[in-house]
Structure formats: structure tokens, C-alpha cells
Design a protein around this ligand. Structure first.
Ligand code: KIV
Length: 274
């Protein structure tokens, strides 16, 4: 690769650059991260977008839903990731209860995250119901990535994590919400766990990038939860999840070896002592 091409590749990823990627048909890679060390590895590996997802509630804290995580906790994770990332676009989720009430609360939450983390933009779940909040945040110059389909913050309304928008009425609402998100000025939208055909249709219609998770290959990009794709989570294997490593097993085995060495008096040895 020429120096000029490499410099071009190493440029900071911006919302504008994601739009260019969509226009030339280059797929967008996106993965979650919540802490400094993992974010550094993921950024250096060349990820386009790092999402500080409210899935931190599940994989970092052990809650069964994303609902309990607070704005302060999301800001802590956002700061940790921002301390590491040089190239990727960093998106932070606004957590449940910080933007749905009214648009003034939404703008206050959004400004806090942007000021205190230094992140590039925010992700917000929902369609027409939260249009006013989205518009208010956008009016402050804060870029927003929408999120439709299975929106985990509404799990108590859905009652299940199964595929969304299989029925015509829900599919039509999703299409009209996606159009609205583009019209008001969102720079991208995540589609979670919906039929691949519907996701491909929305992707073809929108001019902004569409990132899928469990939404088939027709989207402009893909996102996964880092703990799931690295095999750190146990007992979670939805059809859309491809595991790229089995770090859970590797960590258990390394920790067991360390325990054995300590118990046998084998660690530390002479070379490891002063
Ligand atoms: O919080 C998260 O990790 C997400 C992804 C599943 C898109 O919203």
C-alpha cells in the first residue's frame, strides 16, 4: 500500500466518511467496547466505528436488561473508550430514561455525554415517539445514529427478544420511522433483529448508512457486541452471532493454570523474583 493510501486509511473516521463509504459500497465495521484496553485493541485493529453500547449493562455489570444503566455509568465507559481511540468513530448510547421524557431532558443528557466523554456522536433507540428529542439534540449540532427494530430499552413492551417487524404493520412503521430519521438529519441507523429482506429494502431506500445486527447481509455495515463475538459471554447464541474466538475458555484455562502454579509453590520462580 502506498504511503498516501495508508495515510488516507488512517484518517479519523467521521460521520461524513461513513456516508462516503456507503456511496462507494464499502461495508462499515462496528463493534462495541466499554473500557480502555479493549477499545485500544479494537481501534488498532482498524474498526470503523466503536459503540459504547448500553449493552454494558449486561456484559459489564451483569444486569439482565439494559434498563438499569445510568447516564453517569455510560459517561464513565465513554471516557474510558475515548482515552484509547485514535481512529474509529466513537458512538455512545443514551441510556433508558434520559431522553424519552421530554426534549429538554434529552438535550441535557446529550450535552453531558458529549462534554464529559469527548465522543463523536450518540445513538438513540426509537422512531416517531421520540422525534422531538432527536430534533432538539440534532439542533445542538450533535450527530445521532438511530436504532430501530429490536430496541432492547423497550424489552418490557415487547416481552421477548425475538425477531421484530415480521408482521406487515410493524414493518411499515419501521420503514416510516427509518425515513423520518433520515429526514430529520440522523447520520446513520442501526437495524436490530429484523428480516433480512426488510433490512435490505430500507438500506436501498435510505441515503444514510444502515448498520445491521441480526438483519442480514444487505445492510451497509454490521455491528456485534464484543463480548459475544469473542466468546466471553456464556449461554447466548442467537442465529445471527458468529463467534470469532473462544476467549472465555482461554481465560478460564489460563486462570486455572495460575491457581495451580500458586498452590504448588511454582510461581514465582527464581527468575521472577528480586
Ligand atoms: O448496546 C448495544 O450494544 C447496541 C448494539 C446491540 C447495537 O445497541
Amino acid at each position: 500500500m502506498s504511503v498516501a493510501k495508508r495515510d488516507l486509511e488512517n484518517r479519523k473516521v467521521t460521520t461524513h466518511r461513513l456516508m462516503e463509504m456507503k456511496q462507494r459500497g464499502e461495508k462499515i465495521s462496528m463493534l462495541t467496547a466499554y473500557d480502555y484496553s479493549m477499545a485500544k485493541l479494537i481501534d488498532e485493529a482498524g474498526m470503523d466505528v466503536i459503540l459504547v453500547g448500553d449493552s454494558a449493562s449486561n456484559v459489564m455489570v451483569g444486569n439482565t436488561t439494559t434498563l438499569p444503566i445510568t447516564l453517569d455509568q455510560m459517561i464513565y465507559h465513554g471516557q474510558s473508550v475515548m482515552n484509547a481511540v485514535k481512529r474509529a468513530l466513537v458512538v455512545v448510547d443514551l441510556p433508558f430514561g434520559t431522553y424519552q421524557g421530554n426534549s429538554m431532558e434529552a438535550i441535557k443528557s446529550a450535552i453531558r455525554v458529549m462534554k464529559e466523554t469527548g465522543a463523536d456522536c450518540l445513538k438513540i433507540e426509537g422512531g416517531i415517539e421520540i422525534k422531538e428529542s432527536i430534533e432538539r439534540i440534532l439542533s445542538a449540532g450533535i450527530p445521532i445514529m438511530g436504532h430501530l427494530g429490536l430496541t432492547p430499552q423497550s424489552i418490557n413492551k415487547f416481552g421477548t427478544y425475538t425477531v421484530r417487524a415480521k408482521e406487515e404493520a410493524e414493518a411499515q412503521k419501521l420503514i416510516s420511522d427509518a425515513r423520518m430519521l433520515e429526514e430529520v438529519g440522523c447520520f446513520a441507523v442501526v437495524l436490530e433483529k429484523i428480516p433480512a429482506k426488510l433490512a435490505a429494502q430500507v438500506t436501498a431506500e435510505l441515503t444514510i448508512p444502515v448498520i445491521g445486527i441480526g438483519a442480514g447481509s444487505g445492510c451497509d455495515g454490521q455491528v456485534l457486541v464484543m463480548h459475544d463475538m469473542l466468546g466471553l459471554t456464556q449461554g447466548f447464541s442467537p442465529r445471527f452471532l458468529r463467534r470469532y474466538a473462544n476467549l472465555g475458555e482461554e481465560i478460564t484455562s489460563a486462570v486455572q493454570m495460575y491457581i495451580e502454579d500458586v498452590k504448588r509453590g511454582d510461581f514465582p520462580n527464581e527468575k521472577e523474583s528480586y
